[in-house]
Design a protein around this ligand. Sequence first.
Ligand code: ADP
Ligand code: MG
Length: 695
Amino acid sequence: MTNVPKLFGSLAFNERVMKDRLPAKTYKEFQRAVAAGEPLSRELADIMAYAMKDWALEHGCTHYTHWFQPMTGITAEKHESFIQPAADGRVIMGFSGKDLIQGEPDASSFPSGGLRATFEARGYTAWDPTSYAFIKDDCLCIPTAFCSYTGDVLDKKTPLLRSIAALDKSAKRVLALFGIHTEKIVTNVGPEQEYFLVDKKLWEKRRDLVYCGRTLFGAKVPKGQEMEDHYFGVIKPRVKAFMEELDEELWKLGVLAKTEHNEVAPAQHELAPIFSPVNIATDHNQLMMEYMKRIAMKHGMVCLLHEKPFEGINGSGKHNNWSISTVEGKNLFDPGDDVYNNDQFLLFLAAVLKGVDEYQDVMRATVASAGNDHRLGANEAPPAIVSVFLGTELTGVLEAIAADKPYKAHHETMMKLSGETVPALEKDNTDRNRTSPFAFTGNKFEFRMLGSQASIACTNAYLNTIFAEELDWVAEELKGVKPAGLSKAVKALVKKIYLAHKRIVFNGNGYTDEWVAEAEKRGLLNLKSTPEALAAMSAKKNVDLVVKHGIFTKSEVESRVEIQYELYNKTLNIEALTMLDMLHKDLLPAAEKYLKDLTTTAMNEKALGIKPDTTFLDKLDKATIQMFADGTKLEKVLLAAEKIADQKKAGTAYHDKVLAAMDTLRASGDAVEAMLGSEYLPYPTYGDLLYGIND
Ligand code: ADP
Ligand code: MG
């Protein structure tokens, strides 16, 4: 049995290690500087670096790296060994405060969206002391932010850190009205991570999975997820062994891996950590995804993090549970026992509603990706329409306030299961509506639109900034209000906000067509595709928002949008090319071989004087010709899209033309696949992949 408390955080340079290894004065000064957001003195950095190096060497490290999160959405690292030449041809292991604080990786091959020319390829990494250093593969990893020589932000971490600071400032302003004073405001996030596991040997045989992370062909299997027998089902031994090792490795890094279970689709699973401050949650989610992939490999499996690896069954998302608290631990989204009289909560809630309504477009844009487009609006994920679920109780309170009426709570708080043997359960005051993109779940908001492979940094940076903006607005509205009149003023403001923004509240089933029609009537946006959604990011009001709060400059926003378009276009380009590759190398030869054998049989029959029945032969022949023709059409539109230099315009072409042609080719390809006899199948089928892990 693993001693988890001993194991936990053993590879993280966390508070416990710092306390043990740093002189008390240094530790205190470090904490103070970090809390105040001040730069560390050179002397302090030197002491810190020395302690870190000692600790790393004791754990067998030979290298260190500035670990950063460029715009690729994954992490980057360049390993430097600790060696320094000494007398007599020997080396010593050295690591200075300067090495800790600043690094200089060549930045020329990271996406910059036009911010940086290759000849000025220098990039800088700067230590983020708010996240713990950790050890991975005998390498000391130092979490860092990444920017260009000219100071332009080139990563996902910096805007997130800035948004935390912005929210800290704005939330304190509003809290002060209620006489609440805190050292620091903390954004807490618990990202639930969904993923698929497939057998590695089968995976290797599918070019689409290898190149694109999702299947581009694949006829439906007789059994999908309709029996609902996988969700929370018994975990298979190989998967269990994987989950155990994953938990252990994550625990060592200080990741609060908590819940492992089977998800709805066959071969789909989920890992949820316990929430933590968002900058740490972001680092940890990246580590989680990385370790899922590498540990799966060790167990002969491949972890698919794509949003829609298989058509016809659920895809994978990442539920971003988001709340705001004081550093002392007071959750500012906690409604308490008497919601109607909890002015602070009601005001924060109203500010969230206003923010989501006003910035629904940019919230949608932060989750836009080629992969996520397949998931949003399918039957397993919220539609591309942003709305807020509040549940009956909170909606009742807000309605009462809007009607200037007192509110009477009428819900039962305890649920009795049976006589005396089973204890009564405490009931959450919100039902778990699973179809809402942004649901209030007791004391946090669960944003469910995020894609499974995306970094959570961008979405949370925007969530924090939007909320900071609304709190600033609220603070202005309540300026000059005396404490005695505060409650009345808050109720009036909550009423005003609710009446202006209640269209964003939707408590019904978000997966239905009725909601899509209703949302349109309400004037809510339905940005269905990535190219459509990305345009929202550069809308003036959305640029103003981030510029005002010091998150991005205008050109940084533009560069990010450019990168996202590029990423979308490249993804579709690779997918289309892979499809054509599979068509020509796999599907066509397989169909031709089967056709040849069928023709030979028919000819043999004819030679024997039997009139051959060619119904099936004709059907397969027709389907094959259709598939080839669809492939030719795809080639044509792909060529046209590749020629468009403007990324935004290319995005529209890729979406409207290339993706449409891919869908058509997929349909005809799948029709052919479904007709092939087992011995002719060119690659493992959906059945093989989804039910391939049985040991
Ligand atoms: P589910 O959505 O599957 O019902 P839970 O609601 O229990 O699961 O929790 C999901 C995630 O929400 C977990 O990562 C949990 O740590 C996180 N969470 C719980 N409370 C908070 C909070 N106050 N702020 C942010 N995340 C939270
Ligand atoms: Mg959830």
